[in-house]
Design a protein around this ligand. Sequence first.
Ligand code: FAD
Length: 651
Amino acid sequence: MSVVDRQEWDVVVVGAGGAGLRAAIAARERGARTAVICKSLFGKAHTVMAEGGIAAAMGNVNSGDNWQVHFRDTLRGGKFLNQWRMAELHAQEAPDRVWELETWGALFDRTADGRISQRNFGGHEYPRLAHVGDRTGLELIRTLQQKIVSLQQEDFKETGDYESRLKVYQECTVTRILKDGSRVAGAFCYERESGRFFVLDAPSVVVATGGIGKSFKVTSNSWEYTGDGHALALLAGAPLLNMEFVQFHPTGMVWPPSVKGILVTESVRGDGGVLRNSEGKRFMFEYIPDVFKEKYAQSEEEGDRWYEDPDHNRRPPELLPRDEVARAINSEVKAGRGSPHGGVFLDVSTRMPAEVIRRRLPSMYHQFKELADVDITAEAMEVGPTCHYVMGGIAVESDTAAARGVPGLFAAGEVAGGMHGSNRLGGNSLSDLLVFGRRAGLHAAEYATGLTGPTGGRPLVDDVQVDAAAAEALRPFSAEGPAPGEVEDGRPPENPYTLHQELQQTMNDLVGIIRREAEMEAALEKLADLRVRARRAGVEGHRQFNPGWHLALDLRNMLLVSECVARAALERTESRGGHTREDHPAMDRAWRRVNLLCRLTNPTGGLAATDPVHGQIDLARENTEPIRPDLLALFEKEELVKYLAEEELYE
Ligand code: FAD
């Protein structure tokens, strides 16, 4: 019989980044009693690290911009694999979400005539990123937090309790979504500081947990990005979509080793920075792919003129979508034309006065000065690709953000799949968080508050599930014994840190930026070995703030997600966006029709019932939904021929 503390809510939002906070605000404003739970400190979500800006076609700097152009750019960036309805909603609603932020107190940089300023970014036809220096994510989170506090103050006036309708549980982690039959019924959680377990009972759960980068060795992502939400959804019975698409940002720091992977924002290139190899050559001109040839400058002079006169010149190829730039850097380094520490040079020092660099790129200036002792106003930075973002994610309905097949489960932000297709454009994440965070919150609230009647009423969590979740969470403390289904053989427990390092190395080396069939097969074998060993991951000490224990629990999630990435990457025999196969280097139009869905092999039995040697993920193909004709009409026929499958063109 379970004795854990339980509290009742209408909506539980897992994650307090941009998507989670926007969802919580929407749910509370729609009348749902809403809880937000986050494993880091409130205000320290990944969104805080977003630097360059938020993409929204407001047309403040170039009046030619509008939602249709933004939609087109997003589909081109995603190589037409985007869930087109999401891309449409995103392009249409992003300007309203930015305006709304401003009315809630966000202070964006301004144009000379006082409007919200917008900057250039890779793949965006016009200057489109609203920004606050290179600290946009910080301002976004600060504003959303402020809005939450103001809603709590309203509630206090009415009820005498600040947390009566909106409560934040910070430094608490969800390890299981609980169910009543097929429906969501709540979340099982532990408090990181005390190790105390508790349950949040709720008919709606919005997953907004961000990405998966900590499964890779070189990454721009922070410690929370262990794919928890992806795994929670899988374990609850929802499928993940197109997990092979992982974005390697072209410019991470490469040196010193302790900071390898930390992001160098794309706004460095958007504001005029150029990439050079060890011979001093601006090599990106050699790497413009055919599909983009007409849209990018063919000479340095033209590219440079574009910064001053974008209407009469084409943009420089340093601003190609991220997948193209990352592959180009990789090729230059491989060809022996890299920088001393295995990257290439990114230079602003010869392109802008020192004072402008310090004003427009203050975080980059300090980051290099403090971490690498490099003054970017006087010398070039060394940069190389770093694992940055996952395009794959929980399969959702476009309009409602409802996860497929699990009533009451919703997902928004980086953890949701579909919006960005095979490659995300910079700036399109922050806008995605706000557009779909809001939609997820609204629909989660509507679903929860609309439940009535004896059979359609609120779902119930039974004690058996709670006890099972508690036992699973406690297992690392008794790992000297055999895991369920294993024979006692006296082996010592496995160290979770060692397992994590081996996992990161495996994903980096074998399922990284350039992929090969034999290597991915080797990765799947290594993952099977790690899964077996992870069942014996053991920790010492007690439940009070024990990072080893937390990591042992996160390993389950990283192993599940990594298997999804490796299986889907092996299956897709083409190169597209964030998925590059050396053995299938071309984009294959036939694959545009194909989505890959990952599901848990044994959803009812859970992980304990599956044999870790044989993998835990089933992969299935499904046809993508045909793009609506009026949206296709936004493109020239000659362009569509490059992307769409033969039968689609015929249709
Ligand atoms: P997050 O902001 O990461 O929030 C996730 C939340 O979930 C956190 O609160 C975390 O604690 C919580 N959580 C996770 N697991 C659990 C669990 N098991 N239980 C409870 N809580 C949990 N995008 C842009 O559009 N423009 C940019 O300029 C830009 N710059 C970037 C710069 C950097 C350095 C990086 C790394 C990314 C950048 N991105 C940018 C991408 C963008 O920041 C992220 O995609 C986005 O912030 C993700 O937001 P989110 O709300 O989905 O998740």
